[in-house]
Design a binder for this molecule. Sequence first.
Ligand code: SF4
Length: 412
Amino acid sequence: VSAEREHADAGPSSSKQWMLCPASVTLSRGKPRKSSIFAQEGTAAHEVAELLIKGEPVPPYIEVEGEQIAVTEDMLDYVAPYVAFADMTEATASFFAVEQRVSLEAYFPMNRMPEPVFGTADMISYHEATRKLTVADFKYGKGVKVDAKGNTQGRTYALGAAALLAAKGFLLLNEIEILIFQPRVSPDPSKETLSRVELITWFENELKPAIARIGAGDTTENPGECQFCPRIGECRSVGRKAIEESRLAFDDGKVGGVVVPEMSSLSNEEIGAILSKAEIIENWIKGLRAEASTRIDAGQSVPGWKLVPKRAQRKWKDEEDAAKTFLKRGMTKAEVYETELRSPAGMEKVLKASGMTKEGIALVLKDLVVKESSGTTLVEDSDSRPAVSLASIFDAAPAPLLIGGAPVDDVL
Ligand code: SF4
């Protein structure tokens, strides 16, 4: 399992935020980055993927920041497509690495970056025959859909990977493919392909000036990508912007005039315009909730609000002990233990451990596994996923309920 990652203040994963807002780095030096159970699960899922790609055994629990995160069947299911892609890529790659540290220092004279930009790329591969570099990023989160198109994190890793390849003697690069696997949002990875010239042009025109601003200590606050900023609780600019956006969303055209219309009376255009302002308002409110929790936790009082324990769930103090107690009381194993069919990813793991080849496993699973979407989700037009067509919505609508052979509406 990989060692704890070292973090740059201006790391690739927060590049979208600091490219827009230098203050998110320059005014937050030394501030602790809040972790969450979701972030810990993400770290555990990355480690599971790394172990599977390296062909090493996966333990039932992964320790992250002192917490034991269970490796569930769901987690194995979700990492499976990324692991399968990595295995397939590795088979023909001239260079392949997972959890690879990359840095942008080679792009600056004397390797001196005005601000250190480095990070750990999930997967890098290079194919010498086609001169193609692939950078894959695995995201376990499902709250925010991440698109590969114009993805600053992927492009920053790609630049670091290209420098690493050059240092290893692989100097020729025609095509760069950036893939984002986000299995809890979409079964297929999001993809961007660009040429070396396009990547370097983006670096020169957009990334390099942003790094220079941070290196020069620019403290401009520019809201827009605030969700994971460590300063969201104290930043006035994001609050101001949220209030401005709310006012614009409900402006009736007169100075200071605000209307809160009935939702059903809004036109489609008005709903679209209001929703596109919602993100910054929601993020600010989320930040405010976190700030209130931190203050109450520290013993302060926020009028009208309190902290309560989350719903407690019963669990066995010691599973083995509990099972022994029931078996001793004469209960059968079938009464004490539940058995469930493993998920497709779980069975893949068992079949692999039994010595079966990948091709053999694929053949067995082919007719047994289906992929089902659990419904539709509302996203912005810029999202790379194809929209559901109206025809397919109607096709998927449940058949009319029949009473005595006639549709219910006809009978009632
Ligand atoms: S909260 Fe937003 S505007 Fe404020 S420093 Fe962070 S990213 Fe910039």
